[in-house]
Design a binder for this molecule. Structure first.
Ligand code: C2E
Ligand code: MG
Ligand code: MG
Ligand code: MG
Length: 274
């Protein structure tokens, strides 16, 4: 009897494990196909100047819906794209699509918006520099409207990263550190980085009202000293917005203003709920 139980348990475990492995294999195959057929779309989340209520930019966020697997979040498939070596092609598609959209909005007479594009830390290299140059040339969007969002994890090799970031700055694009505060970049490295903006990670905005905003205040203070702009990510409530206003935070982004959307409103004046 004991033996049987053991076997049953083992079978249960292995079929679950089997399903997991099969799902992963399906995901990898489908992702390869999706990259090949450019089977994604982008949504854009407004970034709002908290003093004027004006939309000053958007962040492009990739979406993937697969017939077999349904909707898969970028948090799930981007790491897989990195692992199976398709992140370069994927990034190229995102960059080009975002730049074309930016150009299109300008042609529609929408006041120029900056477009944030997420760049995987795996992409930090000469190939990215060429890709950005080529895409700007191809789409005709001015470099200053492109904002590359990079997380702190590129700091694993700070000297090389700084070298590449400097080349990107020479092209004229803006550089932001995404999810700022969650990585492990040292403060001394931060001073050497040729970046323009820190995006304060959503987790700090969410905790802000409980801890009297010590983290957010500290980041804002530091950004001021280093002459960097700041975007507060993940603003969801009026209270959070008001508190950020008292701290003189410049720009914010979050569900309170808008979820990521396929098209931004035609006017730059953002109709906030407040
Ligand atoms: P991220 O760059 O930090 O993007 C912000 C994420 O927070 C987005 O999730 C956005 O939808 C979500 N968000 C915005 N406002 C709020 C809010 O008020 N509350 C909450 N709870 N969430 C909010 P999403 O679109 O699922 O993207 C997740 C992550 O996937 C991104 O984090 C980014 O790291 C990565 N990602 C998305 N698109 C791309 C892409 O085109 N390329 C690369 N390499 N990574 C991407
Ligand atoms: Mg981002
Ligand atoms: Mg972020
Ligand atoms: Mg993130």
């Amino acid at each position: 009897v004991a033996k049987n139980k053991h076997i049953q348990g083992a079978q249960f475990y292995s079929s679950e494990k089997y399903n997991e492995i099969r799902k992963r294999a399906t995901m990898e195959n489908e992702l390869r196909k999706a990259v090949e057929h450019k089977d994604f779309h982008l949504l854009y989340q407004p970034q709002i100047d908290l003093r004027t209520n004006e939309m000053v930019g958007v962040e492009a966020l990739i979406r993937w819906e697969n017939e077999e697997l349904g909707f898969i979040s970028p948090g799930e498939f981007i790491p897989i794209a990195e692992e199976i070596g398709v992140i370069g092609q994927l990034t190229e598609w995102v960059l080009e699509t975002a730049c074309l959209k930016g150009k299109e909005w300008q042609q529609q007479g929408i006041p120029p918006l900056r477009i944030g594009v997420n760049i995987s830390p795996y992409m930090i290299g000469e190939e990215l520099v060429l890709m950005v140059e080529k895409t700007l040339e191809k789409t005709g969007l001015e470099a200053k409207y492109v904002d590359l969002e990079i997380t702190e994890s590129f700091m694993q090799d700070p000297d090389y990263a700084i070298h590449i970031l400097k080349k990107l700055k020479e092209i004229g694009v803006r550089l932001s550190i995404d999810d700022f505060g969650t990585g492990y970049s040292s403060l001394s490295n931060l001073r050497k980085l040729p970046v323009d903006c820190l995006k304060i990670d959503r987790s700090f905005i969410q905790e802000m009202l409980e801890d009297e905003g010590v983290i957010v205040k500290t980041i804002l203070d530091m950004a001021n000293h280093l002459k960097l702009s700041v975007v507060a990510e993940g603003i969801e409530t009026e209270d959070q917005l008001q508190f950020l206003n008292t701290l003189h935070c410049q720009v914010g982004q979050g569900y309170y203003f808008s979820r990521p959307v396929a098209e931004v409103p035609v006017t730059s004046r953002f109709l906030s709920k407040g």
